[in-house]
Write a protein that binds this ligand. Sequence first.
Ligand SMILES: Cc1ncc(COP(=O)(O)O)c(C=O)c1O
Length: 376
Amino acid sequence: MSDSRNWFAPVAAARKRSFAASRRHGIMLEVDGRQLINFAANDYLGLCEHAEVKQAAVDCIRRRGVGSGASRLVSGDDPGMHALERQLADWKGYESCLIVGSGMLANMGLLQALADRHTHIFADRLNHASLLDGVRLSGAVQHRFAHRDDAGLQELLERHASDRRIIVSDGVFSMDGDCADVSRLITLAEAHDTLLLIDDAHGIGTAGDGRGLVGLAGMGGHPRLIEVGTFGKAFGGYGAFILGSGELIEGLRQRQRSMMYSTALPAAVIAAATAALKLIQSGELIHRLQKNITHFRRQAEALPLLDSHTAIQAMLIGEDQAALAAASCLRDAGFFVPAIRPPTVPEGTARLRITLSAAHDEDQIDRLCAALTEIR
Ligand SMILES: Cc1ncc(COP(=O)(O)O)c(C=O)c1O
């Protein structure tokens, strides 16, 4: 008998996830009435609570209200969205840009619109779930290569010829914090006549001058390249954007279902992202974040960290229960650091995922490193 209470019984038995209600106050997180230093947010520059970003949103809500009321296709297409799309495209060196509801919706909708069962997609094994789900939704044939394995990718490209092929990779990888070699991927895309999709959700606003890994490689606007960024991480807000050629973006305007059939982002969210972009471009917060990353790596030299020079730092633990116990010890010591377990990461690689922000100070980082050393 179909009974909603039984439907998820196997899932419930297999793994229990908890959703701890938490309230942010700057860099502190209140969980179960306790104030913890937050090393879990993707708000890498502290823009979520920046006075200018909040003011931009509040002013806009006063003028325009809370919601957009409809999809962009109907009546939700705010002029502020067009202005921000132009700014993002110019900053990143692309012809055009499309703002959508979130990074998840961007990747799923983009791949669904772009690919079909005649398309071959070559995907890094550690790509974000939204890219994986986008490939599934498109019906394309997927070939996965070992993480950052250029030789493996090349072999797959040589083996699977087709005139519609796309290489798909995270920029900064969300759970390991390491980086795709964008220049090398573009070289492969050129040599094998494919498109290249880089999702730099964690790199834009944090890497280089803020233009992320593609900016660092000097490749913004390359005709084979499509790039995705989000407002939910370094921008401190919510939403996402897709960058590419004018023709590609116009095609997505006509075809991307996750944008066409979903309520547009509110004008206040766009106003906040516009204010955040200005702060990112000023460079000061990125400089502070990069100083914190360098300081953390120096202080944590003796810890079993994955090799990363980004704001995402992972300490490998292995077993799920051990990772949960480590996170719990850190909580007792006053830090909020999540234990990340399968299926988010491969079996046997449960870890503590530490995210650094420009809003941390050196003392907070030193105390976290001391606590990590202790629990080790
Ligand atoms: C690489 C990557 N892409 C996309 C997303 C989804 O972005 P959003 O949170 O805006 O839906 C995430 C979120 O964690 C991510 O890590």
